[in-house]
Design a protein around this ligand. Sequence first.
Ligand SMILES: Cc1ncc(COP(=O)(O)O)c(C=O)c1O
Length: 394
Amino acid sequence: MNKGILADASMLRGEPPLEYLRKANKLEAQGRDIVRFEIGQPDFDTPENIKDAAIKALKNGFTHYVPTDGIPELKEAIRDDIENTRGFRPDDNQILVLPGAKPGLYFSMLALVNQGDEIIYPDPGFFTYESQVGYAGCRKNPLPLYEDNQFGIDPEDINERINEKTKMMILNSPQNPTGGVLREKDIRAIAEMAQENDIYVLSDEIYSKMLYDGLEHHSPAYIDGCKERTIIVDGFSKAYAMTGWRLGYMIAPAEVIKEIELLVADALSCTNSFSQWGAVEALKNGETFVDMIMTEFDQRRKLVVEGLNKIPGMSCIYPTGAFYAFPNIKETGMKSKELADHLLDEAGVCLLPGSSFGCQGEGHLRISYACSQAEIKKGLARIQTAMEKLVQRS
Ligand SMILES: Cc1ncc(COP(=O)(O)O)c(C=O)c1O
């Protein structure tokens, strides 16, 4: 098969996260009890009021094409939310509703970066970035994040990586897979650098409502000067437990939205009509739900981190956002894939090797604590037993 641009898509070569998901499904089908720590989606059901809003729209015949950029009611609700959470009110022509955050990331690359140009993205980072950079025919420039720096970004590290080919950098805060959160002062320094070097900032803020310890979300888009080159990508999947609804949006300068809207019109026509009414309800009346799940996630976070730090060979810093822990396993001397395979086969715990998220993720595992506290306790107990046996053997 002539793969064309697909030839460069790294995820076609191995696709480790899916490999674990499939293997865990297979083991469950064979009757094994598997603790699922690999899935990056909240285990909560979408709130009833959100479902009801979409059902009502569907029943009322809201079943036709809608404007490519989104229904006016949702765009207005997004404007209000951005004003509350990012400190500026985007114009109506700066918003594009999309079927998820992922298309916002990919379409931004397609519209704004030429083939052969370079994109900087975090390593470890959401594996989709590397794939999409490959699909878009762009050069990969992974930016290492360090545990010593709580997986934040040192602006100097970005500075060192910028060259004449660099046209875009991807930021992600709170971050998948580490749960790290960027500091405001670092975002300011990065924003300045983006301006000086005429680089787009693609800011993946899908976990913006998922912060702990009273932290506030900061976006490069609220910094004057950077606003003109920042694309915010956010959505409903995580904070409102709506992964299957496929709903997201982007906020960008009007001329960028205009370009990407053409792409969306040709590729998708529009985003699902009636589900957009669910999103309106989420933004207007979803705050109590977000608070509720964040209280629960916070308890799980503490359970996971305290549990991991008692296990031989593992240590874990506290994530400050999202719902992922990224324990360090370097003391075991094992590769992360080797240990993840061992824990799935021997202990019935499915989690992801840190190496799935980039070279810099080696020496770590990713645990998604989007499952009940009972499952978390069971999974940790199984990991502890398996690790004690490994230590005894060595
Ligand atoms: C960092 C990050 N961005 C984007 C997405 C995808 O979001 P959506 O479901 O809205 O496409 C995910 C999902 O795991 C993610 O972790």
